[in-house]
Design a protein around this ligand. Structure first.
Ligand SMILES: NC(=O)C1=CN([C@@H]2O[C@H](COP(=O)(O)OP(=O)(O)OC[C@H]3O[C@@H](n4cnc5c(N)ncnc54)[C@H](O)[C@@H]3O)[C@@H](O)[C@H]2O)C=CC1
Ligand SMILES: O=C(O)CCC(=O)C(=O)O
Length: 450
C-alpha cells in the first residue's frame, strides 16, 4: 500500500538513526493495512501521519553533583505522544542506552497499549541516559531532584502522569515525588508506583509480571491448554521478571531462568524466588551471587553468550517470557525456541523480539503475545492508582488483582476478536494493533484537527 510505504519513507527521512522507533512504527503500520484498506476515512483524515508525530517532545539538561562534588550532566526526555484518550501516561527509563529514538519508540508503543486497556489514558514516555546502577542513594536522590526540577512544569495529575520503567523503581519515584511536592506545593497523583503509605496502589509493583502471566494463561486456555507444569524461560531480573516468576509458580509452572546485563542463571529445580528478591530488590547485586546459595545452578556470563543471540533462550522449555529489554530475542533465538518445541511466547518487556523473530513466531502459529498487549497490566494498574488517588481511597490487594485479571482478559479478547474479524485468528500482533489504533484514531477524528 503506497500510503503506508510513503509514510514510513518520510518517517525514516525525518527521524534518521531512530531505529527502534522506526521498527515500532513499521510493525504497527504494516499490521493495520487491512483496516486502512477497508475504512478509507482514516487515510482521508491523515491519521497515520498524525499518529507517528508526537504532540510534544521535551528535551532538557539535568545537572547534579556526585558524591565527590563533581558536576555531572545528563540528558532528560519526555515525549508526550498522544492525548486523544486521556492524560499522557507512561514510564520513565533511566539507563545509559537511553536516547531520543528509544524514548520515541516506547512512547509510540504506549499509545496503542494504553488504548487496549480500555481505560482513559493517552501515551507518553520519558527518561534519561543517567544510570542508577553503582550510584549511591544520595547520588540517585540528587539526580532525581534535578530531573524533576525541569520535568515538573510539564506534568500534572490530569496532564501527564509518569511512572517507572528500567532503572526507575520505588526509590526513584519517591525522590521525584518529594521534589514535585516541594516545587508545586501540591500533593496529587502526579506519579504512579508510589509507596503504599503515601498514595501508591497495592499490586502495582506486581502488576506487569502478574498481568503477563494472566495474558499467557488466557492465550493457552483459548487452546484448551494451561501453564500448569510448563517449564518456562524468563529473561531479566527486575520488576517485571521477578513478578512474572512469582505468578508462574502460583499457577503451577516451573520458571528455570532469569538474567541481568552481566549473565544468565539456569536452575533446573526452579528459580529461588526469595533469593532473587533479596539479590535484586534489597542488595542490588549481580546475579552471579545466586551461585553462593545454589552452587549447582548454571551461570552463563555475557562473554559466553552465542554471537547471534542470548543464552537464556537456549534451554528447552514450553513457554518463554522475555522481560528485560528491546530486541533481546533474535531470529536465531526464535529458531532454537521453536525447534525445542516452545508453544507460548509472552512478552513482559517492550518490543523484546526482533521483527524477524516475530515473523517466525506468527508463521509457526504458536501462542504469541506481543508486549503492547501482554505487558499492559502495569500501566492499567497505574490507572487504577490514579483512580484511587482521585477518590482518596485505597483498594485491597485482592480488589486490584481482580481488576487486573479482568483487564488482561479484556485485552486478550479484544485482540483475539479483532484478529478473527480480519481473518487471521492467531495473529495477536494484528489484533492488538488494529484494536488499539481504531480506538485512538476514532477519538482523534471526533476531536477534530488538534
Ligand atoms: N516496570 C513496569 O511496570 C513495566 C516495564 N515494562 C518493560 O519491561 C522491561 C523490564 O522493565 P523493568 O523490569 O521494569 O526494569 P528493571 O530495571 O526493574 O529491570 C530490568 C532488567 O533487565 C535487565 N536489562 C536492562 N537492560 C538490559 C540490557 N541492555 N541488556 C541486558 N539486560 C538488560 C536488567 O539487568 C534488569 O535485570 C522493559 O522493557 C520495560 O520497558 C513494560 C511494562 C511495564
Ligand atoms: O505504569 C505506567 O504508567 C507505565 C508503565 C510503562 O512504562 C509501560 O507500560 O511500558
Amino acid at each position: 500500500m503506497p500510503y503506508v510505504h510513503d509514510t514510513l519513507f518520510r518517517l525514516q527521512k525525518s527521524s534518521p538513526a531512530q531505529t527502534e522507533f522506526y521498527q515500532a512504527a513499521e510493525e504497527v503500520l504494516d499490521s493495520i493495512r487491512p483496516l486502512l484498506d477497508k475504512d478509507t476515512h482514516y487515510r482521508e483524515q491523515g491519521i497515520i501521519e498524525r499518529l507517528v508525530e508526537p504532540e510534544r517532545q521535551i528535551m532538557f539538561r539535568v545537572v547534579w553533583h556526585d558524591d565527590q562534588g563533581r558536576i555531572q550532566v545528563n540528558k532528560g526526555y519526555r515525549v508526550q505522544f498522544n492525548s486523544a484518550l486521556g492524560p499522557y501516561k507512561g514510564g520513565l527509563r533511566f539507563h545509559h542506552s537511553v536516547n531520543a529514538g528509544i524514548i520515541k519508540f516506547l512512547g509510540f508503543e504506549q499509545i496503542f497499549k494504553n488504548a487496549l486497556t480500555g481505560l482513559s489514558i493517552g501515551g507518553g514516555k520519558g527518561g534519561s541516559d543517567f544510570n542508577p546502577k553503582g550510584r549511591s542513594d544520595m547520588e540517585v536522590m540528587r539526580f532525581c531532584q534535578a530531573f524533576m526540577t525541569e520535568l515538573h512544569r510539564h506534568i500534572g495529575a490530569t496532564i501527564d502522569v509518569p511512572a517507572g520503567d528500567i532503572g526507575v523503581g520505588a526509590r526513584e519515584i519517591g525522590y521525584m515525588y518529594g521534589q514535585y511536592k516541594r516545587l508545586t506545593g501540591s500533593y496529587e497523583g502526579v506519579l504512579t508506583g508510589k509507596g503504599l503509605n503515601w498514595g501508591g496502589s497495592l499490586a502495582r509493583k506486581e502488576a506487569t509480571g502478574y498481568g503477563a502471566v494472566y495474558f499467557a494463561e488466557n492465550m493457552l486456555q483459548d487452546r484448551n491448554d494451561s501453564l500448569k507444569n510448563k517449564i518456562c524461560l524468563v529473561s531479566g531480573a527486575g520488576n517485571v521478571a521477578i513478578y512474572t516468576i512469582e505468578k508462574l509458580y502460583d499457577l503451577g509452572a516451573l520458571p528455570v531462568t532469569c538474567s541481568d546485563s552481566q549473565g544468565t542463571i539456569y536452575h533446573e529445580q526452579g528459580i529461588d524466588l526469595n533469593l532473587l528478591k533479596v539479590l535484586k530488590e534489597v542488595r542490588r547485586s549481580s546475579l552471579e551471587a545466586y551461585l553462593d546459595t545454589h552452587p549447582t545452578a548454571k551461570y552463563i556470563p555475557v562473554s559466553d553468550y552465542p554471537t547471534d543471540g542470548h543464552a537464556v533462550w537456549r534451554f528447552k522449555a514450553h513457554a518463554a517470557f522475555p522481560s528485560a529489554t528491546q530486541n533481546e530475542l533474535t531470529v536465531t533465538d526464535a529458531k532454537v525456541l521453536l525447534e525445542q518445541g516452545v508453544s507460548c511466547i509472552c512478552e513482559g518487556a517492550n518490543m523484546p523480539s526482533t521483527a524477524d523473530a516475530v515473523d517466525l513466531f506468527l508463521g509457526a502459529g504458536i501462542c504469541y503475545g506481543p508486549g503492547k498487549a501482554a505487558n499492559a497490566g502495569g500501566v492499567a494498574t497505574s490507572q487504577l492508582e490514579m483512580a484511587q488517588n482521585a477518590s482518596m481511597t485505597q483498594w485491597t490487594f485482592e480488589e486490584v488483582d481482580n481488576r487486573l485479571k479482568a483487564i488482561m482478559c479484556g485485552i486478550f479478547q479484544r485482540s483475539s476478536e479483532t484478529a478473527k474479524e480480519f481473518d487471521q485468528p492467531s495473529n495477536l500482533v494484528l489484533g492488538a494493533n488494529i484494536a488499539g489504533f481504531r480506538k485512538v484514531a476514532d477519538a482523534m477524528i471526533a476531536q477534530g484537527l488538534v
